[in-house]
Ligand binder design. Structure first.
Ligand SMILES: Nc1nc2c(ncn2[C@@H]2O[C@H](COP(=O)(O)OP(=O)(O)OP(=O)(O)O)[C@@H](O)[C@H]2O)c(=O)[nH]1
Ligand SMILES: [Mg+2]
Length: 327
């Protein structure tokens, strides 16, 4: 077991200096985490660096990563751990230009760090409740999944657990347009009745958006979802501040989310952050959404899909680094 120490500082360089001062010049960098945005007026640490003393006799200890490497910096800035970032960059450099081998190598590395899960209810019933902040795409995604499942031969149903007339009415209209069975439920009792009244193998519960910083709203939702065998799926948008996204995710802990859907990858220039969020939240990723159109704008999560995203991200980082070198 590697003995590690943690250093917090305002930059990677500053943290590295602290580590090297204490552990010697050959300190092994195990991980680097960005703690949050730096405000102009404060001096809070924004980087946490985990380091270990070098042990030259132990061959499994990796060489210290080159922290000036723009690809490595780019991936860790998207929230990926140093371990995963290094593995992806190494694969990228080894197989660059060989499309298939590169995808395969990246998929192999991703599979070691990010879990994905199929969302189609093969061989059983799946009751999936989409929870998350307001406006992240829960309703849209619920209908995308339900309509796709239905088209693939899995009878699906959407239950709106909003208790909000305008929201329910919009969901009902969508259900009618897509010819999907639909029910409204205002509370736990109605939800249980809706779930018992029909035996669709796939049920999507579309919940009302909850402010992550409103514990009462989350507790109310917890009460409504408590009584039945529901898989709670946290639904979060990609592209905002990474630490803020993680902090919001933590606030939904009372709902015990067991899966993750990441949305709006098309509305950001940093869709690769989906990899960082999925790695850090360590919940199986079910799907990534890529636009508003129902049902087509999403991809089921799979290691090949994530490898494609990693390849795209690494190519962009490399192009950016090349531009930077020229200017
Ligand atoms: N660009 C883009 N827009 C999306 C995506 N998913 C949903 N939207 C749009 O985002 C807006 C909000 O989507 P909803 O599905 O209503 O979000 P919600 O989480 O159900 O919202 P509340 O129920 O109000 O909490 C709508 O205009 C959707 O069309 C996506 O992946 N990309
Ligand atoms: Mg909604």
């Amino acid at each position: 077991m590697l003995e590690t120490r943690t250093y917090r500082a305002e930059s990677i360089q500053a943290a590295l200096l602290l580590a090297k001062a204490e552990l010697g010049p050959d300190a092994v960098i195990v991980d680097v985490r960005h703690l949050g945005p730096r405000r102009p007026t404060d001096s809070d640490p924004v980087v946490e660096l985990v380091a270990a003393p070098a042990r030259p006799a132990v061959p499994t200890v990796a060489a210290a990563p080159n922290l000036a490497d723009p690809l490595l910096l780019g991936l860790t800035a998207l929230g990926l751990s140093m371990r995963l970032a290094e593995a992806l960059v190494r694969s990228y450099r080894q197989y660059r230009g060989r499309k298939e081998q590169l995808r395969q190598a990246l998929a192999g590395r991703i599979a070691e760090s990010i879990s994905v899960a199929p969302w189609l209810p093969v061989g059983g019933r799946l009751v999936l409740a989409l929870v998350g902040p307001t406006g992240v795409g829960k309703t849209t995604t619920a209908f995308k999944l339900a309509a796709t499942a239905q088209a693939d031969g899995f009878p699906a149903r959407v239950v709106s657990l909003a208790g909000d007339e305008a929201h329910d009415a919009r969901a009902e209209l969508l259900a009618r347009e897509l010819a999907l069975p639909f029910a409204r439920a205002a509370n736990a009792v109605e939800l249980e009745r809706a779930l018992r009244s029909a035996a669709h193998p796939f049920v999507l519960i579309d919940t009302v958006g909850t402010n992550p910083y409103d514990p009462r709203a989350i507790a109310a939702l917890e009460g409504a979802l408590a009584t039945t065998p529901i898989v709670v799926c946290l639904t979060l948008p990609v592209g905002g501040d990474f630490e803020e996204t993680l902090e919001a995710a933590r606030r939904y802990a009372p709902l015990r989310p067991r899966a993750l859907i990441l949305t709006k990858l098309d509305e950001t220039r940093r869709p690769g952050m989906a990899l960082g969020i999925a790695e850090r939240l360590a919940r199986p990723l079910l799907a990534l959404t890529t636009g508003p159109a129902i049902p087509q704008d999403f991809v089921g999560a799979s290691t090949p899909a994530l490898a494609e995203l990693a390849a795209w991200t690494l190519e962009r980082l490399e192009q950016r680094a090349a531009r930077h070198r020229r200017s």
